[in-house]
Design a protein around this ligand. Structure first.
Ligand code: SPV
Ligand code: MG
Length: 289
């Protein structure tokens, strides 16, 4: 099955699915070997791993370069966090065409303004008009080179402090414009507004959620609410920060690496993850004297 078709199936099937965040080839491979069906190429995590804020400081081609390595190193589909599309409908067209060419299975576009700000920073954030954002969704769908490429429309109304009616109105408009799924985002810690959105959602268009702030809500509650797909949006990056900091501080404290050797990945693990042994076999085949 094509990666696009796999992602489309993940979004459309009845059972709850899970996308794991990745921000480079290594985190993508680790998510894949852990059994995840698909990847979330997180804008926050890719930016952070470059030392940049999640405000479109990284150019779209810099993001694309990172995603390229992720595609090369995995077989599962990747949904790229495309932020606002890096400009207007015309930038969206170019982005989607390139993503299609590079083997990315889908893009998520959010209804904020370029340059975007992370949803968990500040209070109210300016939203694009419904008509402008619907134009971006249509432009994305018209630019995909693969019929199953997925465009996920992300509704930031609740993040911006708008009422539920506005979120539902936007979500319905985006589904009508051709979105393959709607991502409803929330920064509340109890998940109540997400549950309420799901209760009032009468459209067939699948719902995607990102339970970063409402992490205590049981996964079964999402299942019962009819959510299609859950994105664990930044946990690989945050895990790596915690692990790197702990080990680095430990080495600094002890001026020795002996005490951490057993807590870190072995070199053999690094070689396996970077296909070293496959290259050695290929040498036997191709470097014949
Ligand atoms: C990301 O992972 O970049 C996201 C999700 O867009 S959030 O950070 O929750 O906005
Ligand atoms: Mg993002």
């Amino acid at each position: 099955m094509r990666k696009t078709s796999t992602l489309k199936n993940i979004l459309q099937k009845k059972e709850l699915s899970f996308l794991m965040e990745a921000h480079n080839a290594m985190s993508a491979k680790i998510a894949e070997e852990s059994g995840f069906e698909a990847l979330w190429a997180s804008g926050l995590s890719i930016s952070a791993s470059m030392g940049l804020s999640d405000r479109n400081e990284a150019s779209w081609t810099q993001v694309m370069d990172v995603v390229d390595f992720m595609v090369d190193n995995t077989v599962i589909p990747i949904l790229l966090d495309g932020d606002t599309g890096f400009g207007n409908f015309n930038n969206v067209r170019r982005l989607v065409k390139k993503l299609s060419q590079r083997g990315v299975a889908g893009v998520c576009l959010e209804d904020k303004l370029f340059p975007k700000i992370n949803s968990f920073i500040g209070a109210g954030q300016d939203l694009a008009s419904i008509s402008e954002f619907c134009g971006k969704i249509k432009a994305a769908k018209d630019s995909q080179l693969d019929s199953d490429f997925c465009v996920v429309a992300r509704v930031e109304a609740l993040i911006s402090g708008c009422p539920m009616e506005e979120a539902l109105k936007r979500a319905n408009a985006y589904a009508g414009a051709g979105a393959d799924a709607v991502l409803i985002h929330s920064k509340q810690s109890d998940g109540a507004e997400i549950m309420e959105f799901c209760r009032q959602w009468e459209n067939d268009c699948p719902i995607v959620i990102v339970p970063t702030k409402y992490y205590n809500t049981a996964t079964d509650a999402f299942r019962e609410a009819g959510v299609s797909t859950v994105i664990w949006a930044n946990h690989s990056l945050r895990a790596s920060i915690a692990a790197m900091r702990a080990i680095t501080q430990n080495i600094r404290r002890h001026n020795s690496v002996a005490q951490v050797e057993r807590e870190i990945a072995s070199l053999d693990d690094v070689f396996k993850l970077t296909n070293e042994y496959e290259v050695q076999l290929a040498e036997q085949k191709y470097l014949t004297l």
